[in-house]
Design a protein around this ligand. Structure first.
Ligand SMILES: CC(C)(COP(=O)(O)OP(=O)(O)OC[C@H]1O[C@@H](n2cnc3c(N)ncnc32)[C@H](O)[C@@H]1OP(=O)(O)O)[C@@H](O)C(=O)NCCC(=O)NCCS
Length: 155
């Protein structure tokens, strides 16, 4: 993700979340947060999805993942998450964690499919409706050797 992507990211962000991040928040992530890594998925040169994480010591914390509404259901969210898990493993991260609204069955199903397991609940975590957040964790494969990852089946 670059600063030029932010206007398109804001459209996706507002489509996707009841508590959207501001432009300033994304700008800060890209320019000041050394832990932050953001991926953009494009179609015909336009961002249609994105995902982000903070890589801290050996743990990757997912900050957000979203796909434009009309592009959902075509395994693009799965592709984005898979790509971000690969990136995290390449950076030496051992495990990945995230929070998800307990009511977000689509995202929970995606995370379960990708190997995440529930590990706890943050009560009333979301400020708009005081909904609980489910905390999920996933072990990542050992840092892939760049020459030997083909055919491993993991990606
Ligand atoms: C969550 C999100 C990124 C998933 O992306 P997507 O491209 O729609 O999902 P995919 O097509 O890649 O589907 C992958 C898996 O997600 C789950 N899933 C997707 N759509 C689903 C639906 N309508 N109902 C139930 N599960 C669904 C399934 O497990 C699916 O795997 P399967 O098709 O093999 O069953 C997308 O729906 C989104 O942007 N939602 C709004 C933002 C959001 O909630 N982000 C997560 C915050 S924690």
């Amino acid at each position: 993700m670059t600063l030029e992507d932010i206007p398109d990211i804001m459209v996706i962000e507002h489509e996707s979340f009841t508590l959207p991040w501001s432009e300033e928040a994304f700008r800060n992530e890209l320019t000041h947060n050394h832990f932050a890594r953001y991926l953009v998925m494009e179609h015909n040169g336009k961002p249609i999805g994105y995902a982000g994480m903070w890589t801290i010591v050996d743990e990757a914390h997912v900050t957000n993942i979203a796909v434009r509404t009309v592009y959902r259901g075509f395994h693009l969210g799965e592709k984005l998450l898979r790509r971000m898990m690969k990136w995290a493993a390449e950076l030496g991260m051992v495990r990945m964690t995230l929070e998800v609204r307990v009511s977000n069955e689509v995202a929970r199903s995606l995370y379960g499919k990708m190997g995440f397991s529930p590990a706890g609940v943050r009560r009333g975590y979301y400020s708009d409706n005081h909904e609980d957040a489910l905390i999920m964790w996933c072990e990542l494969p050992k840092r892939p050797h760049r020459a030997g990852t083909e055919g491993s089946g993991w990606y």
